[in-house]
Design a protein around this ligand. Sequence first.
Ligand code: COA
Length: 320
Amino acid sequence: MKAATTLRHSRIAGLGEHRPAGSLTNDDLAARGLDTTDEWIRTRTGIASRHVAAADETVVSMGIDAAAKALAACGLTGDDIDLVVLATCTMRNPIPGGAARVASGIGATGVGAFDVNAACGGFCYALSIASDAVRTGSANRAVVVGSEKLTDWLDWSDRGTCILFGDGAAAAVVEVSDEPGIGPVAWGSDGDAYASVGVPEGDWAIRMDGPAVFRWATTQLAPVARRACELAGVDLADIRAFVPHQANVRIVDGLARALKLPGDVVVARDIATTGNTSAASVPLALSSLVGTGKVEPGDLALLLAFGAGLTYAGQVVRIP
Ligand code: COA
């Protein structure tokens, strides 16, 4: 056996996103007979509307579109890719996973392809795996996709849950870099709290103890974000953008406060028109910042994802 390859650096080279054309406003939900109001949802969650995929838009088709756009943003094609990692928890059927079809869909023939299910934590897990594959030489260039069709798993009469979620996908091309562009991941889980959010045994829709998840997210996750910075060897003061999972704008703001982020740090608040898109949420939120002029290529962004499982993961990345 040869000696292990010397570790290389990795970076995000480009991003792509798919936001379904269909959307539902809070008023639409109330007009459907849900006992809620636009005012309640905006005040408690920061959400005004969410995208809803059409019947023929699937986890796989949205993932293909986002991945193809990420490749195009880098001037690449499927031939340039040798690994596809799909983060999702909303495939209609668990077997087979969707990554191989995403790979085929972008013309990446015969490449490594697998799904990661860490629910809303999924993208940061998948990014870390792809980054390590590139760093060790197992892959030269990977596409990491977060794609979710949560509306397949919502009970539209459950007002404590259905108002929160939306559909969408986003993808990142990960490749070898001269400089470190993706920091080591800080990750973890709490399986004892698995029942606080998810599809219970024998049920078909996502159920949630919202206040319990809210408390957990706002009290337990700041140390994970700090650890991600430590692992990357950067100070929180060096961070230009904070891109947490878009579960509730009050959680986003609570985490930003707990981290005592300087006032000029850009905090991603993609949730207003996107809702919680689980594994797609962090890459969608990151993608929404690129090109706005609020961040520049090379700036440091702190990603932090968390969700059902419970799972959590975060890392520092350079903006492509
Ligand atoms: N419209 C109007 N009223 C609603 C409502 C809605 N959509 N949903 C719940 N309510 C009501 C409740 O029935 C309750 O009424 P009561 O006081 O008469 O019993 C009241 O509002 C307060 O409910 P509560 O659940 O305590 O509200 P909250 O402020 O905690 O907000 C969430 C609920 C779900 C928005 C919030 O807990 C949350 O965002 N939790 C985190 C969820 C999350 O991140 N999940 C995914 C993790 S990946």
